[in-house]
Design a protein around this ligand. Structure first.
Ligand code: PLP
Length: 368
């Protein structure tokens, strides 16, 4: 490449370090997106995604665009103008969910929680009891802006008890912490390729329950987005007879996704959850020795995203830029109300390793 790039160690909120095997896969010769070989690859990807999402959902595929497009796919297909949606907001991505509902012409009912706290299922229950016309509950499982993990299992149960569908953001949680789509009864779930999958950015795996698909089938109005409309995508990603052209799939990116899912299968999903948790504990121990503190209460932390309070009198941005310029390590800054107040250290996928933790702690020790 004509432009010289210095390699970095990616320990921020994403992208994470891409596994070398994935980079190698992406460089393989491009084939056509309707080639019978490619159809086999798509089927393999679907089956590996079902493994990783822990679901039997037939409609499990990958949106050819980043996580935000996965989010939008769930909202534009499930929400019709006039539909009432309970939107839980405890950080940046919940706010984006609200933006989606409003743009579609849905009627949002907003439940806000402090940034750094999880979504409280009890407040959802109260709201659903008060208003039986709410049809959908949306929330973020792992809030990357704050490092909070909410209890998706309990929230989904509350929603089901009140006959609501759920839209769940698992972009950061997927593969790094348990996500049990079928067991928890989640309905429309999306994730991203560049976080705990350690694949190249730009793909968004999604899965839809039968209940969700049946809501889509009963729509009275067409989905406002042609590109994201599941009823059209079905003919391309759906199993069976004749696949028809919908759009040119990002063939090489899908080679990468396939490789990344194989790596997850090889390690074992449960082992991957375990590795993320153990490395989080290691990092926590080292940060503690440096006198650094977490933003989030211990029981609500998501292991792959560590939100650390910037100590009094320390220049937040300067520490980040020294990490980047002197040691080639990228970590994240705080967003919104947390700007200048926290650092966000990601231990996602291939980036979640003992070596990276030791390296980062050494560098932080030198700087602080
Ligand atoms: C990164 C992220 C997204 C957005 O994904 P993009 O690939 O950047 O579009 C959405 N939700 C959460 C929780 C994320 O961490």
């Amino acid at each position: 490449m004509a432009l010289e790039l210095t390699p970095r160690t990616l320990l921020g909120p994403g992208p994470s370090d891409v596994h070398p095997k994935i980079l190698e896969a992406v460089g393989k010769k491009t084939i056509g997106h309707l080639d019978p070989q490619f159809v086999i690859l798509m089927e393999e990807i679907k089956s590996l995604l079902k493994y990783a999402f822990k679901t039997k959902n037939e409609m499990t595929y990958t949106v050819s665009a980043p996580g935000s497009a996965g989010m939008e796919t769930c909202f534009v297909n499930l929400v019709e103008p006039g539909d009432k949606v309970l939107v839980c907001i405890n950080g940046v991505f919940g706010k984006r969910m609200l933006e989606n509902v409003t743009r579609i012409g849905g009627v949002p009912v907003v439940l806000e929680f402090p940034w750094g706290k999880s979504v409280d299922p009890q407040r959802i229950e109260e709201e659903l009891k008060k208003d039986s016309s709410i049809k959908i509950v949306s929330f973020v499982h792992g809030e990357t802006s704050t490092g909070v993990l909410s209890d998706a299992e309990v929230i989904a149960k509350v929603a089901r008890d009140h006959d609501c569908l759920t839209i769940v953001d698992t972009v950061t949680s997927f593969v790094g912490t348990p996500v049990e789509v079928d067991q928890w009864g989640l309905d429309a779930v999306y994730t991203g390729s560049q976080k705990c999958l350690s694949c190249i950015p730009g793909l968004s795996p999604v899965t839809f329950s039968e209940r969700a698909i049946s809501k889509c089938d009963q729509r009275k109005t067409p989905v406002q987005s042609w590109f994201l409309d599941i009823s059209l995508i079905k003919n391309y990603w759906g199993s069976g007879e004749k696949r028809t052209y919908h759009h040119t799939a990002p063939v090489n990116s899908l080679y990468g996704l396939y490789e990344s899912l194989l790596l997850v299968k090889e390690e074992g999903l449960e082992n991957s959850w375990d590795r993320h948790l153990k490395n989080h504990m290691k990092l926590k121990e080292g940060l503690g020795e440096l006198g650094l503190e977490y933003l989030v209460d211990e029981k609500e932390r998501t292991p792959q995203l560590n939100a650390i309070r910037v100590p009094e009198g320390v220049d937040e941005a300067k520490v980040r830029s020294r990490l980047l310029n002197e040691f080639n390590i990228e970590i994240g800054a705080g967003l919104g109300p947390l700007a200048g107040k926290i650092w966000r250290i990601g231990l996602m996928g291939h980036s979640s390793s003992q070596d990276n933790i030791n390296f980062l702690l050494d560098c932080l020790k030198k700087i602080l």
